[in-house]
Design a protein around this ligand. Structure first.
Ligand code: NAD
Length: 267
């Protein structure tokens, strides 16, 4: 059942969502589709795209790794050919990266995490901005994380890239505001799903704890004592890009049940 925002005109927008074939990106894609938008997703995983398109035949997609400049360029060629314009960009692609003390992280793991989580947003946004400037309007959401509000032990490249995403968001909001383009970040807390289960497994192995102990420790970090759902993050994406938020730019909005700290998983 789509959430209806009174007076929010979001229908008919062309929306690009990176890593939109699964997880939070897919929830966001399906939410925009339910509001009558034209949705194009990219994903590095062809099988995930096939599954997404078979469940959502009204959407379109490109196979692309956001950390690869040429593949991002090809994705924009697909988008331009299909729609000729772009109203909303959701920079969602991001990987969890290694779970290890800094000195145990290899330069390759560091580079890949920064390449996907930060440079990917740059590669995509630099091609989106000229399209939005030509239209004199647009809305960009960069997916950050509550890891950008605190330090996040044993996840240095992830936390560093997600902090950088906030800097990118605030800077772009300043550059693009005069063009009528809004830029905001969303900081999800731990989202129920496969990905957080993978992070929990890795953290449990690293810290010699059981997955249940790690899960409970994560949940104790929030005032609401639970993980959030991908659907709740998707609702924020639609709300923030709708004209109900026409004056909101340069903000980092948390959807996280209020994270109180990120250090007690070390207890
Ligand atoms: P996920 O691990 O479930 O992956 C979703 C999709 O991303 C997959 O289909 C995968 O193929 C695709 N993908 C991976 N690398 C890619 C790349 N280089 N280019 C294109 N596609 C790629 O991810 P998720 O949990 O849905 O996370 C989405 C975003 O939300 C990320 O930026 C993540 O950092 C952020 N986030 C997630 C959580 C969480 O608990 N899941 C919490 C805070 C922030």
């Amino acid at each position: 059942m789509p959430v209806k925002f009174e007076n929010a005109s979001i229908t008919d927008q062309v929306v690009l969502i990176t890593a939109g074939a699964a997880g939070i990106g897919r929830a966001i894609a399906e939410k925009f589709l339910s509001h009558g938008c034209s949705v194009h997703v990219c994903d590095i995983d062809r099988a995930a795209i096939d599954g997404f398109l078979s469940d959502n035949p009204g959407a379109s997609a490109s196979v692309a790794d956001v950390a690869d400049v040429a593949q991002v360029g090809a994705m924009f060629e697909d988008l331009s050919e299909l729609y000729g314009r772009l109203d909303i960009l959701i920079n969602n692609a991001g990987i969890g990266g290694p779970v290890a003390n800094l000195e145990d992280i290899s330069p390759e793991e560091w580079d890949r995490t920064i390449a996907v989580d930060l440079s990917g947003q740059f590669y995509v946004t630099r091609l989106a901005v000229p399209m939005m400037k030509r239209a004199g309007a647009g809305s960009i959401i960069n997916i950050s994380s509550t890891a950008a509000l605190f330090g996040c032990p044993m996840r240095a490249p992830y936390s560093a890239s997600k902090w950088a995403v906030i800097g990118l968001t605030k800077t772009l909001a300043m550059e693009l505001g005069p063009w009528g383009i809004r830029v905001n970040a969303i900081c999800p807390g731990s989202v129920d799903g496969e990905r957080i289960e993978r992070v929990i497994e890795r953290a449990a192995a690293q810290r010699n704890k059981t997955p249940d102990e790690i899960r409970q420790a994560y949940q104790r970090q929030t005032s609401l004592r639970r993980f959030v759902s991908a659907d709740e993050v998707a609702n924020m994406a639609v709300f923030l890009t709708s004209d109900l938020c026409a004056s909101i730019s340069g903000q980092a909005m948390s959807v996280d049940g209020h994270t109180e700290s990120m250090s007690n998983v070390m207890d």
